[in-house]
Structure formats: C-alpha cells, structure tokens
Ligand binder design. Sequence first.
Ligand code: FAD
Length: 305
Amino acid sequence: PFDVLVVGAGPAGSAAAIYSARKGIRTGVIAERLGGQVMDTMAIENFISVPYTEGPKLVAASEAHMKEYDIDIMTGFMAKSIERENDLIKLTLSNGAQLVTKAMILATGARWRLMNVPGENEYRNKGVAFCPHCDGPLFKGKPIAVIGGGNSGIEAAIDLAGISSHVTVLEFSDTLRADKVLQDKANSLSNITIIKNAQTTEVLGDGKKVTGLKYTDRTNNESKELSVDGIFVQIGLLPNTEWLKDSIELNRMGEIVTDNHQATSMPGVYAAGDATDVPYKQIIISMGEGAKASLGAFDYLIRQK
Ligand code: FAD
C-alpha cells in the first residue's frame, strides 16, 4: 500500500504530495488531470513572490517540483469511491481498479457553475471571469457586470465597485439572496446598479474580448443589452465531491468538512483546497492547506502501530 495517496493534482494536491514525499514515505497522486483549475487560468498576479505568471506555466513548474521527488503520479483516472477496511483506506476508480493506502488526502477541487449561454465559453479569460480577487484589477476604471445576487455576487459587486467604474448586478429572480448587511452596503454605493428579474441570455464580444451582454427582463419578456468590459459569473462554486457523499461528512454546500489539521470524518483521510469548507478559494490558500493536510496525515501515520 501507499503511505499517502493524494486524490487531485491541482495546487492543493501538488503541495500535499511534495510535503509527503519529503518525509521519505511512499507517496502517490491520482488525478483526472494535472493542474486542475489553474490549467484554465491565464494571468495570475496574486501568487506571492511571482508578480506575474500564467496558469499552464505554474502547472508546469509544480509538475517539475513534484518530479524532484519519488512520487508515483497517475493521471487520467477518476476516483469513484473510498472505504475504510481495517487500518487501510481503499480507493476505487471509475475503471474498477483499486488502490490501497494507509492515509489519504482529498484535493479534488471545485468548478464554477456556468450560465450556459452563447459567448460564455468563447470569451472565458477575455472578459468572462469568475474570481474577483484574481481578475478584478484587470477592469480598473471600466464598466462590468456581476451575474448573481447571492452572497458571492453582492460581495463581488462591493469589491469590484472600488476598482471598476460601474457595476451592474443581474439577478434572475425577483429577490436578492444575499445577506441584508451586504445588500445595504451595495445599495449605499453610488456606482452599483442592481437589476432583478434579469435572465442573461448571451455574452457579446468583438471576436477578441467582451463588449457587453444581452438579458431578458422577465417581467415583460423584453430583450435588453448592456455595454460592459467584464462579466463576473457568481452563481455558485460546485465542489468535486459528489463521489464522497456516502463516505465523508460534507456540509450543506457539498464541501468536505475539515478540522484545523485538515482531518475529515474518516480516520486517516485528510482534505485540502477548494473541495473543502476552507473560506476563500485561491491558489496560495490551496497550497498552504495542502501542506497542512500532508503534515496532518504524517502525524496520523506516526501514531499508527
Ligand atoms: P483544483 O485546481 O480544482 O484541482 C482539482 C484536482 O482534482 C484536479 O487535478 C482534477 O483533475 C482532480 N479531480 C477532481 N475530481 C476528481 C476525481 N473524482 N478523481 C480524480 N481526480 C479528480 N486563484 C488564484 O489564487 N489566483 C488567480 O489568479 C486565479 N484565477 C482563476 C481563474 C479561473 C478561470 C479559475 C477557474 C480559478 C482561478 N483561481 C485563481 C482559483 C484557483 O484556481 C483555485 O482556488 C485552485 O486551483 C484550487 O486548487 P485545488 O487543488 O483545491 O483544486
């Protein structure tokens, strides 16, 4: 068996694998694809000590770092379920194969819920954005839209109102789901406009970047256009944890519940990154949490018979 088997090879999984391998224990990584969400990221300007990099570059550097150690990296595999058997943890893959390990680190990340409208995919990273902390500064002094009036949408609007010239929030239903304090704050800012009953139907662009969007006013079915340079989609972040719902405690949002050593509800199983209940989903945070999960798993291992 492995000493530590890491599921996922994004920032959290890569950090966890390197920390484990550096303890001289038998370490494996299994993932659908190396790099995770970072592979889909263009400019990264908040990875401290590296003022500017790009997703694929950071992934290549993480891969090279992992390869400095004796880590068994297995990509192209989907994990399907886990169970504890005596003192070991058994991972079953979607192809039916099974792997056995003494401790495990879950780092399967998350994915943004998409609007599924024309133009959204085409203009991803060209005006369509998902992370205000990451991409907000790219729209300095420009008008933008935020899709979604939940907590993350209204938080994004307040955040972006300090950078962009104007923020229009489009909410599908007739009420905002965000906490009242956030709504009050947003209403107090002169450069935020909130439009309810607005169903976004298309992302508009000039072939190179976003120029606006189309939405339907659901009160009268009228189609309207809005000129913006950026569109922040804030309609939910879905953790890749569906496969764990029968084995590991998840919260209401489907995130893996962890303690401050990154331990989950199953003994010997630790978790890190966007798949967990950690507040704030970022590369640097996922790497830190991956390191913590690995040290947590090591502490667990040295206490076993
Ligand atoms: P992920 O990166 O999601 O990696 C998950 C890993 O698990 C992948 O290897 C995946 O293949 C694997 N996996 C998932 N399910 C399974 C399964 N069932 N079986 C096997 N493997 C599985 N953050 C910043 O700090 N700065 C930025 O500038 C920035 N820009 C971003 C731009 C975009 C477009 C996006 C989408 C995100 C951005 N983020 C940014 C957020 C950042 O990418 C995430 O916080 C970070 O990647 C989370 O790391 P993770 O390792 O937890 O998960």
